[in-house]
Design a protein around this ligand. Structure first.
Ligand SMILES: [Mg+2]
Length: 272
């Protein structure tokens, strides 16, 4: 009788362990695996960058062409530039996500800073060829990134700027310099919203293209206090820009799309 009780308890415990390990499956497992293992991801990145490169000459030839909503005034005589985001656009941080998964750890800004300081990120497929194609045409390349400068450290004002520049140079990216890399908090008024940094680049350059992985790399006001449907409406409102002057890379792991989802997340799932 006692033995049977123990067996029943044992089976119950086994189910409890199995069930909890299923329930605890990390939310980023499949998205990280897709980025790291799917040939489809690689093909999509190459496709995006090759489509962008194929539009550079048309963009250069048309003096009325500008990709930045922040571009105002007489811009047709300004030198041309393109604006790229860094993370998941030019540099691949999937190994950082992979480390978190292997350690069963949540996102941690201290661990993120340590990853950036390693300068070990590899390039997103197609990014280097695109940047070289732009530089060959004397198009300036701006990087607008939410990698951040520390506030108020006068002696070493922006370690992540130096780290990111070294990482890009190691990968062979040409003409990478501090004045073309605009980080969050590099100026007091530069927050995670990229609008005023796009405006800063557009003040003395004609912006031919925007390339990013997040709607915030193209449009202001898409990160907070906005729902998924409103974000899709904004995409449609600028329908003629996508694939012509705005190019977006897939990022299923994280992004402002996630922040637009109120809890419970399951409430956003649509069935038939
Ligand atoms: Mg990004």
């Amino acid at each position: 009788m006692n033995g049977m009780k123990e067996t029943v308890l044992g089976i119950g415990l086994l189910f409890a362990i199995l069930f909890s390990s299923c329930a605890a499956q990390p939310p980023n497992l499949y998205s990280t695996l897709w980025v790291q293992t799917a040939a489809e991801y690689r093909a999509e990145a190459l496709e995006t960058y090759s489509a962008a490169a194929s539009r550079l000459d048309a963009a250069l030839a048309d003096p009325s062409w500008t990709a930045a909503l922040e571009q105002t005034g007489g811009y047709s005589g300004l030198p041309p530039a393109v604006i790229l985001d860094i993370d998941e656009t030019v540099l691949d941080n999937a190994p950082f996500q992979g480390r978190l998964l292997l350690d069963n750890a949540p996102f941690d800004p201290v661990r993120w800073d340590a990853w950036v300081a390693m300068e070990k990120a590899e390039a997103i497929p197609g990014a280097l060829a695109f940047v070289k194609a732009a530089i060959q045409r004397d198009i300036a390349v701006f990087y607008i990134t939410n990698r951040a400068c520390a506030v108020g450290d006068g002696n070493n004002p922006c370690p992540q700027e130096a780290q990111t520049i070294r990482n890009l140079r190691r990968l062979g990216f040409p003409d990478v310099s501090p004045d073309r890399m605009l980080l969050k908090r590099e100026k007091q008024e530069w927050g995670s919203e990229k609008e005023n940094r796009r405006a800063a680049a557009a003040a003395d350059h004609r912006i031919l293209m925007l390339i990013g992985d997040d709607l915030g790399d193209f449009l202001p006001g898409v990160k907070n206090g906005i729902g998924p449907d409103q974000r899709k409406d904004l995409v449609d409102r600028h329908r003629d820009r996508w694939g012509r002057m705005w190019f977006i890379l897939p990022n299923p792991i994280y992004g402002s799309w996630e922040r637009a989802l109120t809890e419970p997340k399951m409430g956003h799932v649509r069935g038939f």
